[in-house]
Design a protein around this ligand. Structure first.
Ligand SMILES: *Cc1c(COP(=O)(O)O)cnc(C)c1O
Length: 762
């Protein structure tokens, strides 16, 4: 298991990527100030012309890493948002440097319209601003390439473009000697002063980021070794190119993409989560530093300290860097404040209808931002951070810390070699697959399971890394999408495996084994079927698993059945291993398997319902009762209160008749919201002001009725609890599901899209 900072506690995240950006920005400032020039020309060359060249490509790789793909038949939301943001930034930056342009006589040099356009699109209107159009052009180009040609082909094209770029940059000396090439590059340079632009430099790094996101992470040791070797190589390359006097410009090296690959993998290994502040700060430093160079020079002149502020290169560099960081901090603070205001305003809307909207989910992440001040909730029983339930009709409060706690409890029950695979199908059992997976990722969980292709895609689009296994059927014709999103597919039977193999894309699979549930999988005795799957060219077998159907029962008969299932599974596994086949990751336990049969030699355990802290209510279902915390509470409001008389009937079908005068309340939640209709007349209750209010009459589509005769203070707008604690009373999901004749899994996974999901930390 990949652990970070012990892998246990929350906040074990180390947002290395974002902080390295700051270092990258500092390197770029170095390129423009030559910090070591006063001491050693050679050293300065190495720092600014070789090492410093990592800076901008690193920015591009990060962008690529976070880039969302452009799907066929859809508009490219991510691309639109990114381009808009960058265009605004570019516009503002152009204005910001206009005074310096005027001062330096940029407009007096008699540029043609063509010249200005060239600067606008390629070279930048100030010396560092080329990066913004380059990033934009690069993003458009890579988006188009990946969409039309697929990632591998795009990668090849990206490398080709970089190759052309090299010939116009560090290796121009070679190009110059070949007349045809020379003429070709003359043309290129008519469009852009350098090949260091959005066409030749940006794509390869953007694609590299995208590639790394889609593929397995590499180990720490190989990456460190690769980084060492490639850096040494690049150093030698840089010095050699300089010695040969080949460079026309020196921002591209042959080994730079390799260095970037190893560096990025290494940072990812250390990285969990993200830190937007560092990200904003690094961008601000990048954009503002030329002004600081001017400021440092002006300070030197004013104070008659030119020898220090201008001529002493290291002091000059540090002044510029410090000034830029301070400006950046001020800017980031201001932005955070603006963002916070906006967030507060939007939070209401965002949480309103986010049941089915992928976007709503994404923005919920903001609420997890621990940097945001979390106000204490004034409503009894609620978690801090949940005050945004104000005005809601029906909502679920979801405590992600409880889910992380549960994952640790379950993990601790298993042998060390067994990792948790978090089952987040059915939108994380109604808790929101993306926020749940994000929270678990931060605590070191790196395997997830879903039921359907779309669920897997949604996790990837939200940036979830690690393995994602689809437990159910996916049309084999969608093999390319499985591989594009790096999703693992269950082979549900032999015929399915054969069909999946006929599509050209290599697909990661886990073989499902039917050990007695008779749902999915090849029969446990059919060794030859499993072997045939191993012979399939396009199936990359990552693991083998089975599912237990009575692991939640401790009756003698069921325990015998479960042991029989387990025995059949391992018999098949040893047959395969005897034949020398790699069985990969083995998994057989779900929640009750973990609790009742924790010691099986598996490499994964698929925890679903237990993660959410809601086991089924049956007696005699668990050997031990682990300390699991329910993560979800469900609330609605009183819509209206009225007094009725003895003999009056309530709700559809007149199934309830008042035996005496009473007060009743209409509650704003019904079966369309996921409260089963079978709660009607089942003897259950809801909580209002910490007291039980029996549910009476039939549950309607949008409302249900409760007896509030014993709660005189009950009034319209008051909070009603259907699952969760209110004062000293608590209704567990187990209780509600028992009233309704079902299990918590069904209640939770069927919570409707009208239920707002509100996230908080306990
Ligand atoms: C849903 C599912 C799980 C998770 O089951 P829980 O009982 O909720 O832990 C595990 N494995 C498979 C194959 C499933 O379909």
């Amino acid at each position: 298991m990949r652990k970070t900072g012990g892998g246990q506690g929350q906040g074990a995240s180390f947002p290395a990527l974002d902080w390295f950006r700051l270092l990258a920005a500092a390197l770029v400032v170095g390129i423009h100030t030559s910090p070591l020039a006063s001491f050693t020309a050679g050293g300065d060359f190495i720092l600014t012309r070789i090492i410093g060249r990592i800076g901008v490509p690193f920015f591009l790789t990060v962008t690529g890493y976070f880039m969302e793909p452009w799907e066929k038949g859809k508009t490219w939301e991510w691309g639109k948002r990114y381009l808009k943001k960058m265009a605004v930034l570019y516009g503002v930056s152009i204005l910001l440097y206009l005074p310096l342009n005027l001062y330096s006589g940029y407009f007096r040099q008699g540029l043609s319209v063509w010249g200005y356009l060239k600067d606008l699109f390629f070279d930048g209107t100030f010396y560092h601003l080329w990066y913004l159009p380059a990033a934009m052009i690069g993003v458009i180009l890579t988006g188009l390439l990946v969409r039309t040609a697929g990632l591998p082909a795009a990668m090849v094209i990206g490398c080709g473009l970089y190759g052309i770029g090299l010939l116009g940059d560090s290796y121009y000396g070679i190009t110059e000697g070949i007349p045809l090439l020379r003429r070709l590059f003359d043309l290129i340079f008519r469009v852009s002063d350098y090949t260091r632009n959005g066409l030749f430099l940006a794509p390869v790094f953007l694609l590299e980021g995208l590639w790394i996101r889609r593929h397995d992470r590499k180990g720490l040791l190989p990456c460190s070794l690769l980084l060492l070797a490639a850096s040494a190589g690049m150093m030698a390359e840089g010095l050699a190119v300089q010695r040969m006097e080949w460079s026309r410009h020196d921002s591209m090296y042959l080994l730079l993409p390799v260095v970037m690959y190893a560096l990025f993998q290494l940072l990812l290994a250390a990285n969990r989560g993200e830190d937007r502040r560092a990200r904003d700060l690094s961008l601000a430093v990048y954009l503002i530093h030329p002004w600081m160079i001017v400021a440092a020079r002006a300070a030197g002149k004013l104070l008659h300290l030119e020898w220090l502020f201008i001529d002493q290169s290291l002091f000059h560099y540090l002044t510029v860097l410090t000034g830029s960081v301070i400006c950046g901090l001020i800017f980031a603070l201001w932005q955070e404040r603006m963002g916070m205001k906006r967030r507060e305003k939007n939070m209401e809307d965002r949480n309103m209808w986010n049941g089915n909207m992928p976007d709503g989910r994404m923005s919920d992440r903001n609420i997890l931002n621990k940097n945001m001040p979390v106000k204490k909730n004034v409503v009894a029983g609620g978690l801090p951070g949940f005050e945004i339930s104000a005005g809601k009709r029906a909502w679920a409060e979801i405590d992600l810390d409880a889910i992380c706690h549960n994952s640790r409890v379950l993990k601790d029950m298993l042998p060390d070699s067994c990792r948790l695979m978090a089952v987040v199908k059915a939108d994380g059992y109604g808790h929101g697959a993306v926020p749940v997976a994000e929270a678990l990722s931060r605590t070191g969980v790196s395997s997830f399971a879903v039921a359907a292709l779309e669920e897997g895609i949604r996790l990837r689009q939200a940036g979830i890394r690690g393995e994602i296994l689809i437990l159910g059927y996916t049309d084999p014709a969608r093999a390319d999408i499985l591989s594009q999103y790096d999703l693992s597919q269950t082979v549900v039977d032999l015929d399915y495996g054969r069909r999946l193999d006929t599509y050209a894309a290599d697909v990661k699979v886990h073989i499902g084994i039917d050990t007695g549930m008779h749902r999915l999988g090849i029969p446990a005795e059919a060794v030859e079927q499993a072997e045939e799957l191993y012979a399939c060219r396009h199936l990359r077998i990552q693991g083998i698993f089975s599912h237990l159907c009575v692991s939640d029962s401790l009756s003698d008969e069921d325990v015998v059945y479960t042991h029989w299932q387990i025995t059949r599974f391992y018999r098949l596994i040893s047959h395969l291993q005897e034949k020398g086949l790699d069985t990969g990751q083995l998994h057989i336990q779900a929640s009750f398997g973990i609790i009742n049969y924790p010691d099986l030699p598996c490499s994964l355990a698929r925890a679903g319902i237990a993660l959410y802290g809601a086991l089924s209510p049956e007696e005699n279902s668990c050997r031990v009762r682990p300390d699991l915390r329910p993560a979800l509470s469900l609330h609605a409001r009183i819509g209206s209160v009225k007094d009725i008389h003895m003999g009056d009937c309530v709700s559809y079908g007149r199934t309830f008749t008042a035996e005496s005068d009473m007060r009743i309340a209409a509650v704003t939640i019904g079966y369309a919201d996921g409260v089963p209709r079978s709660l009607s007349g089942a003897g259950g209750w809801v909580l209002i002001h910490g007291k039980k209010a029996p549910v009476i009459g039939r549950v309607c589509m949008d409302q249900l009725m409760a007896d509030v005769s014993g709660i005189p203070e009950a009034a319209s707008g008051d909070r009603v609890t259907l699952i969760g604690r209110d004062g000293r009373e608590e209704i567990t999901c187990e209780m509600l599901s028992a009233w309704c004749g079902t299990i918590p899994n069904e209640i939770l996974s069927r919570l409707g899209s009208r239920i707002a999901r509100i996230y908080g930390v306990s």
